[in-house]
Design a protein around this ligand. Structure first.
Ligand SMILES: [Zn+2]
Length: 289
């Protein structure tokens, strides 16, 4: 068995152990934290990175192969694209290849971000067909002669498109999985976590509001968990400059509805900070009750 297989088996055994504490009869399956389906072998699971691998996440848990691959090419991919766009805007030196489209002609070019809202589009003779350069010059001179640049419509494409809502869902999934890794099955089996799973699995439609808050003042370097006392009882997972809220032990019923009265930008929060787990803990599952 290779290193990854061993790791999967180790985490699978830990899931199994936890479930054998929770259920009174002996069980021989582990449950995927995303779909709650039961699987008998560690080979039914894949290592899952939280946050996704493209965000520097670590493979600290396993989810079933079906959930893992579904998320990989949907929401994880959307978050990855969002990060690429963010890096593009933030990285002034970086230029990106685009198509620059004027009426009647499309040119290979590059775009560079300068200063706050200034972009420079560079069109080179070297990587465009001479005919297209001629067309381009004709379009430019016609605009110059008629002095009607204000009417010029141009577009650029090959820029990265992504769905910001689905990128948010990817953060919700990572937060939920981190909470699972820390607190375990007893935590995710709570009724109020059901709508979180539904939202993650049904990532195309918004079914819950208020799980996401941005705070521009937050330092981006460290991720952590906070068991919130103020302004509401919840679990917050901090990723970069945002918080993702999950219902926790003393949260109100209809948790996400109750969040709607709070301003989600620059929310002041107070609570107990915990570090992000570095391995599968499932702490609540091993507590004797
Ligand atoms: Zn699953």
């Amino acid at each position: 068995m290779n290193k990854k297989g061993k790791k999967r088996k180790k985490i699978f055994d830990h899931y199994l152990q936890a479930l054998n504490v929770i259920f009174t009869n002996v069980v021989d399956f582990a449950i995927c934290p995303l779909c709650l389906n039961r699987f008998n072998s560690f080979n039914d699971f894949s290592l899952e990175h939280v946050p996704p691998e493209s965000q520097g996440g670590k493979d600290i848990l396993i989810t079933c192969r079906i959930c893992n691959s579904k998320a990989g090419y949907t929401i994880d991919n959307q978050l990855h694209k969002q990060e690429l766009v963010k890096n593009f805007y933030e990285n002034l030196e970086n230029s990106r290849k685009i198509k620059f489209n004027l009426p009647g002609v499309s040119l290979n070019s590059s775009i560079e971000h300068k200063l706050r809202s200034q972009f420079i589009i560079k069109i080179s003779k070297d990587n465009n067909h001479p005919e297209n350069i001629k067309k381009f010059e004709a379009v430019v001179s016609s605009y110059n002669e008629n002095n009607n640049w204000h009417e010029c419509n141009f577009s650029i494409n090959k820029m990265i498109k992504y769905n910001p809502f689905q990128a948010e869902i990817c953060y919700l999934k990572s937060a939920y999985l981190i909470a699972f890794v820390q607190f375990g099955y007893r935590y995710i089996f709570r009724d109020e976590l059901q709508i979180v799973r539904e939202q993650i699995n049904n990532y195309k439609t918004r079914t819950i509001n208020g799980f996401f808050a941005k705070n521009e003042g937050l330092s981006e370097d460290q991720n952590y968990l906070i068991i919130l006392d103020e302004p509401f009882k919840a679990l917050a997972v901090k990723f970069g400059n945002k918080y993702i809220f999950l219902p926790f032990l003393e949260s109100k019923k209809n948790f996400y509805k109750s969040l709607s009265k709070y301003d989600s930008t620059n929310l002041e929060i107070r609570g107990t900070k915990l570090s992000v787990p570095t391995k599968t803990e499932l702490l609540f599952d091993f507590v004797k009750i």
